[in-house]
Write a protein that binds this ligand. Structure first.
Ligand code: FAD
Length: 471
């Protein structure tokens, strides 16, 4: 009889197009699924609150889906290497399969686990289940990694179509009963206080919901993606990022769904998906990026790093409505629209001169899609210190950006209800409005809504001077 094989699930919480699961099934023996909650990532990169909330839902769904195939998901907590070894001993498995991760600490852990299994004569095989192409597959002719997106995008496309997604395995035995107590023991959900009500309203984690979200987006909205994607109050974007982060969908499934639809909308969308590939390419080749700027002159940048300013930004109380709307959307739903991510990140790093690492850490804790590669690239890009970054001197004006991307103020009205009665686009600059307009809308600046925490014009000059000092 063929001995059992373990599938070690990590950022790939799905049955369909899961190469590690597929390989374990192909091995022909009993399949033993495992997930380990391992909090040994370096301090600040331990999974944050919102990602843990999502993880709970995704694991509940996976547990149920595996149970339908006749498989019990083993849920463990602790050092992943030790838990893998323990399950090998308990089951007599002779092979362990997993899909690769790319965070520097995860790469180090995978290498250690593989060596330990090799020493015991257990087969350890890793697969690609997280990216369309591996970070080392797309390299310049010189063999060096890319640092600029457009040539990366060209080279990525020149490698041809992605292979077809794998089907989910057929049932492997009689249906089993999932074990909710084992999942509860991971203590992933917030309790005192339970701040997750807004997340529950906004999302349904799990592979089935992810497939619905993908097909809904492709069938109904992908064609308009290029013209609608920059407006945070419209359903222009896919909101698939938490699904990708937790692996409820693979990039290959998304790429094929988009290509089946075709057209300029699909191409524009796939281009964004390839930004994610670029982010992983950079993280893999420059593993110090989550902590250090790629452009070394920024190491001496004169940040101010005032806790009072950071706290006002985190709470959505800066006095700039589009910034505050974004920060409150983030706190309430565990998500923020990309355009607004750029605005709030620019405001923090340029208007307030708070180091980008503080913003990245807050996003890490509050985003359901918190992803080391994408978050690092996003922050370094906006702060102007990263690969292919926006030039530092391009400093977003939060009022004119509000007018441009939330022209009638619908997004701000939704998230900053105390300004809700201000007319039309006037909502973006309450401090510029006459007293009687404010009074008529029930707004008392400094009382019901903050005065601007800083004058944008002055802040801009200060930021440019700070940049000139390190250039
Ligand atoms: P869509 O517009 O529908 O795009 C589809 C997919 O393409 C996304 O799900 C995402 O996987 C990828 N994508 C889109 N834009 C980008 C981008 N600029 N960079 C990399 N991949 C992209 N994304 C995360 O997944 N996790 C993060 O922690 C994260 N932090 C960010 C921090 C900052 C400061 C900024 C500016 C951006 C950050 N992003 C992050 C990138 C981007 O904002 C989100 O991926 C996007 O808003 C997710 O929404 P969506 O799925 O509707 O995107």
């Amino acid at each position: 009889m063929t001995p059992p094989a373990i599938v070690w699930f990590r950022h790939d919480l799905r049955l369909a197009d899961n190469p590690a699961l597929h390989a374990a099934v192909q091995a022909g023996g009993e399949v033993v699924p495992l997930f380990v909650l391992d909090d040994s990532a370096p301090g600040q990169w331990r999974a944050g609150g919102a990602a843990r909330w999502w993880l709970h839902g995704a694991l509940a769904a996976l547990q149920g889906d595996l149970a339908g195939l006749g498989l019990q998901l083993h849920l463990r907590r602790g050092d992943a290497g030790e838990e893998v070894a323990r399950l090998v001993r308990e089951t007599g498995a002779t092979a362990v399969f997993w899909n690769r991760r790319y965070e520097p600490w995860a790469i180090a852990q995978d290498k250690a686990v593989k060596s330990a299994l090799d020493r015991q004569g257990v087969v350890a095989r890793s697969c690609n289940g997280t990216l369309g192409r591996e970070p080392w597959e797309v390299v310049r002719k010189t063999g060096e990694p890319y640092k600029v997106f457009t040539p990366f995008w060209r080279a990525w496309n020149e490698l041809g179509p992605l292979s077809k997604p794998l089907p989910a395995p057929a049932a492997l035995g009689p249906v089993v009963r999932p074990d909710p107590a084992a999942l509860a023991a991971l203590e992933l959900l917030p309790t005192k206080p339970d701040w997750s009500g807004g997340l529950r309203e906004a999302w349904q984690p799990g592979e089935a919901a992810a497939a619905d979200a993908l097909h809904g987006f492709v069938d109904e909205r992908i064609a308009d993606y290029p013209t609608q994607r920059d407006f945070p109050d419209r359903p222009g974007v896919s909101r698939l990022s938490p699904r990708l982060r937790h692996g409820e969908l693979s990039p290959r499934q998304i790429w094929h769904a988009a290509m089946r639809h075709g057209g300029a909308g699909a191409e524009g969308f796939v281009r964004q998906l390839v930004w994610r590939e670029f982010a992983y390419h950079l993280l893999y080749h420059f593993p110090e990026l989550p902590d250090a700027p790629l452009r070394t002159e920024f190491k001496d940048f004169p940040w101010t790093d005032e806790p009072r300013l950071l706290a006002a930004w985190q709470r959505g109380r800066t006095g700039y409505p589009i910034v505050d709307a974004g920060m409150r959307e983030l706190w309430h739903t565990g998500y923020m629209h990309n355009r607004v991510r750029m605005l709030v990140a620019s405001f923090l790093t340029k208007d307030l001169l708070v180091p980008w690492q503080r913003g990245a850490a807050w996003f890490w804790d509050t985003l359901c899609d918190a992803d080391l590669a994408n978050n690092t690239l996003g922050w370094q890009w906006v702060a102007g210190c990263g690969p292919d970054a926006a030039p530092y001197f391009r400093i977003f004006n939060p009022v004119t950006q509000g007018h441009k991307f939330d022209p009638d103020g619908t997004y701000v009205r939704r998230w900053v209800p105390e300004l809700g009665k201000l007319p039309g686009a006037h909502i973006h600059a309450p401090s510029a409005l006459p007293a009687d307009t404010l009074r008529a809308a029930g707004v008392r600046l400094g009382v019901t809504y903050p005065e601007p925490i800083i004058d944008h014009g002055t802040a801009r000059e200060r930021a440019l001077a700070a940049y000139a000092s390190v250039r």
